[in-house]
Every structure is written in C-alpha cells, then in structure tokens.
Design a protein around this ligand. Structure first.
Ligand code: 4NP
Length: 147
C-alpha cells in the first residue's frame, strides 16, 4: 500500500531533505515530499555538506528543492514527520479545524536510538550523526508503514 509522507524541518535544506532522500531510496512505492517551517531557503537545493554526506551513503539529494510548509499539507499527506519539538509546534500551529492528519517525531520510529529529536546539523555540523539517526528511523518507519 502506498502512503503519502511529508518530512518537515526548519530550513528544509538539511534534515528533512535527507530524510526524504533516505526514505524514497528505502521505500520507493510511497509518495514523499519535504518542507520547512520557515521559507528562507525556498527554491534552494539541499545544503552542500548534507548532500555530500548523503552521497557517501549512496543517497542522492540533488534534485530536491526547498519549500515552506503550509496548512494545505495537512490534506495532501497521510503522515507528517517533524525532526524536533519546535517543528511539531510550528506544524500544529497551522492545523486546519477538523484535520486529524497525524504529526509525529521522526525519532519516534527509532526508539532503540534513544534520541527524542534529530539535532540540526546546520548548527552542530554533525551531518553523519544526523544521517545515522535518520537512517535508523526511516527503517522503523518503512517497517511500520508496510506492516
Ligand atoms: P534544517 O537546518 O532545518 O535541518 O534544514 C537548517 C538549515 C538552515 C537554517 C536553519 C536550520 N538557517 O537558519 O538558515
């Protein structure tokens, strides 16, 4: 069965495009997109260091372009996944009345990793650490969706 999954972070140039790229490679039968709660980088490709770190793992992000999350995304997707609690709060601020689309933390799908968010590598510079966490959670997410 095909699901429509949206990955959301702050800038949509590091964590959420990485999650989309890892997920679409792992589970190509689902419909995916990513977005940022802020629109600063709209139209831009993923951040170069994140593209490079993903490429080492065989994950191509170069075709992705940033856009801002909107209230219409609650209708376009079956599941919305944020990278940290701030993302979740900013997403929930736009929830239309009557929408019951689930909004979850991506890390909820990697309980074994013991992380309650994906730290922002734009600030930490730990692109590999973010990708390790994203890969673990995507594996859990894909298993959950296909079960
Ligand atoms: P992301 O990281 O939310 O994982 O895409 C960020 C990228 C850029 C900025 C903040 C976070 N920024 O402030 O430009």
């Amino acid at each position: 069965m095909s699901h429509r999954i949206l990955f959301v972070c702050l800038g949509n140039i590091c964590r959420s495009p990485a999650a989309e790229g890892v997920f679409r490679a792992r589970a190509p039968h689902h419909v995916t997109d990513s977005a940022g709660t802020m629109g600063w980088h709209a139209g831009n490709p993923p951040y170069g260091p994140m593209q490079a770190a993903a490429k080492v793992r065989g994950i191509y992000l170069g075709d992705l372009r940033a856009r801002q999350f909107t209230a219409a995304d609650f209708d376009r997707f079956d599941l919305i996944l944020g990278m940290d609690a701030n993302n979740i709060a900013d997403i929930e601020d736009l929830r239309p009345a009557g929408s019951d689309t689930p909004v979850r933390l991506l890390t909820d799908f990697a309980p074994e990793a013991g992380a309650d968010h994906v730290p922002d590598p734009y600030y930490t510079r730990d692109f590999d650490g973010a990708l390790d966490l994203i890969e673990a959670a995507v594996e859990g997410l894909a298993a959950h969706l296909d079960s």
